[in-house]
Structure formats: C-alpha cells, structure tokens
Design a protein around this ligand. Structure first.
Ligand code: AMP
Length: 312
C-alpha cells in the first residue's frame, strides 16, 4: 500500500502567545507526510527552492518517505508562509504568503506516485488538484483539503474536485462558507450530496466530526494542558486519517475503519500542537500514539442507564 500527497513544502514563520520561530520547516504536504509515514509508505509531490537544504529533506524523508517527486528549483525560493495566533488558538492571522517556486507548481507524478492506493490532495489550486486526479487512475481512496481563498476565487473547479473524491476534510468555517449553511451538519450533508462518501469537519481544539450518508461520529480533541503552536494540526490529522485508511484498503472502508482513522488523526494532531512546527512529531514514537488513541477511547465512553425523567 502507498500514499501519495500533493501540496506545499515550505518554510513558515510562526508567532503564538508561547513563543515564535522565524523560520521552520512547514507546508501542508510536510505535516501530512510525517503523520502518514507512521502507517504506510508515503510519496510527496511538491516543489521547493535552492533554500531547501539537505537537513529539511531528511526530515521529510523520515520513516522512508519517498521525496523523488519533490522538485528542487535551483534559482528559486521555497514557499514561505508567516502567521500569528492570539490567545484563541483556533483562529490565526496570515501575515505573509510568498509563493516563490510554488507559483508555477505543475504537479507531475512519477509512475510510483501515480500508482498509490490512497491520494491526498492538500490545499492547492483546485485546477491543479484536478490535474493530479487526471494522472491517478486506479487510486482506491482520494481525500482532499482546501481553503477559504479557493472557495471564494475558484468555486466551480473546487466543486468539481469535491465531486470526484471520496473524502473531504475541511474545517467547520470552510464547510459553512462553501455551502452558505450555518448548521455544520446541514453543510456536511450538502457536501456529501456533491459526491464524496465521507466528510470530516475539523473543529480545532473542539475536535472533529465525521459524516457519511447514514452515520455521524465525533471526537473531542485530545485534552492537552499545553498547546504551543497549532500550525499543521489539520494536515497532521489528515495524514494519520489517510494512513489508517491505507492500512485497511484491501477491505471496504467501513464505519469502524473511519472511526479508527478519526481516533488516530486526533491523537497524532495532539502531538503536533505541543511544540512548534514539526518538532514534536519528528521525535514521536508509535507507542506514544497508541497510548493516546487508547486514552481517547476511554474518555469518550459512557454508560447509559436511563434516568427516569420528571413529566412536567
Ligand atoms: P494547517 O495549520 O493544517 O492549515 O497547515 C499549515 C501549513 O499550510 C503551513 O505549514 C503553511 O506552510 C501551509 N500553507 C499556508 N498557506 C498555504 C497556501 N495558501 N497554500 C498551501 N499551503 C499553505
């Protein structure tokens, strides 16, 4: 089984109430790959500049991730994003976006990347996502992400991508913006009606909800006392979610598999936010992830002994 991710590989500058980093490894594909590589072999398709060094490439290639399709442009600069969070870590302000070599990114997938079982279209221009779909014929499960900018500026192409994927992983505000429906459930239902079989609504520190045609499932975020930097949490969630699905791909993607994917996504994302950027996940052990999944199971169970209620 293999997983291919197409998206940004970047440098980020991030400031939160708990500290800052002037330049750290980032990008949606980076976070996704680090998380997914705990589950399966990952191929990253992206584009970086000459400033992207051997050290960064080695982090990306940790746990055997294939970086052959990360094109390095000798006379260009890597995508750079700067953001700042206030006390409400669920919302952030983008201070700077420098596309650099990412501006002319035209994903070309090698035969190995095309032959993946699971494909993740990270947040890139929807027309490019469509181009990637054209290249991958046999994929068993395709999931995607997007952002407010594309919902506003490339809605038709974005809806076309949604029509053609199996899973949509968006945050709650994006789902509302896409459908103009204030109810998250109604918004997710509308997206399901466009074609995918799975919609995941990410809700930051409040967790994530999963909707399929006939099921609803939700998990809170793993309860942490210290959150340092939420950057990349969504892509880390998506990496573990997709990784879990890849591990079960020979069987139909059943409800229990999707729920397990939600649990692993939630657990993995909780490590991401404990330190800046990829710092925590870089030295994460598989046992630590399992322990948090178990803990999540424990804290989300309850016994139902009906309480006789008073009639009015
Ligand atoms: P997340 O916090 O999960 O939304 O992911 C944050 C990552 O997305 C950062 O590492 C950024 O480098 C990357 N990013 C920010 N803006 C964009 C964009 N417009 N296109 C692609 N990637 C982006």
């Amino acid at each position: 089984m293999t997983i291919t991710v197409v998206g940004s590989v970047a440098f980020d500058a991030v400031k939160t109430p708990f500290g800052e980093r002037a330049r750290m490894l980032g990008g949606a594909a980076t976070y996704f790959a680090l998380a997914a590589s705990f589950f399966d072999r990952v191929q990253v398709v992206g584009r970086v500049g000459a400033d992207f060094g051997e050290e960064e490439l080695q982090v990306l290639a940790m746990r055997g991730t294939d970086v052959d399709d990360v094109e390095r442009v000798a006379d260009g600069k890597s995508f750079f994003w700067a953001g700042e969070y206030g006390w409400d870590l669920n919302s952030r302000e983008t201070l700077d976006t420098q596309l650099g070599v990412f501006a002319d990114f035209q994903p070309h997938l090698s035969p190995a990347s095309r032959a993946c079982d699971v494909l993740f279209l990270a947040n890139i221009q929807p027309e490019l996502q469509l181009g990637v779909l054209e290249q991958c014929g046999e994929t068993k499960f395709v999931a995607m992400d997007s952002m407010n900018f594309w919902i506003d500026s490339a809605r038709d192409a974005l809806v076309e991508v949604i029509r053609r994927v199996d899973g949509v992983i968006l945050n709650d505000a994006e789902l509302r913006q896409l459908t103009a429906r204030p109810s998250l459930i109604a918004a997710a239902r509308e997206v399901l009606a466009m074609g995918p079989s799975v919609v995941v609504a990410k809700q930051g520190e409040y967790g994530a909800a999963l909707l399929t045609e006939d099921q609803f499932f939700a998990l809170p975020a793993y309860p942490l006392e210290t959150v340092v930097d939420p950057t990349g949490a969504g892509d880390t969630f998506a990496g573990a979610f997709a990784g879990c699905i890849a591990r079960h791909i020979d069987r139909p993607v059943t409800e229990p598999v999707l729920r397990q994917a939600m649990a692993y996504g939630t657990a993995m994302a909780s490590f991401c936010v404990e330190e800046f950027g990829t710092e925590r996940v870089e030295r994460l052990g598989a046992g630590e992830v399992d322990a948090r999944v178990e803990e999540l199971q424990r804290i989300t169970q309850f016994e139902h002994v009906p309480v006789p209620l008073e009639a009015s």
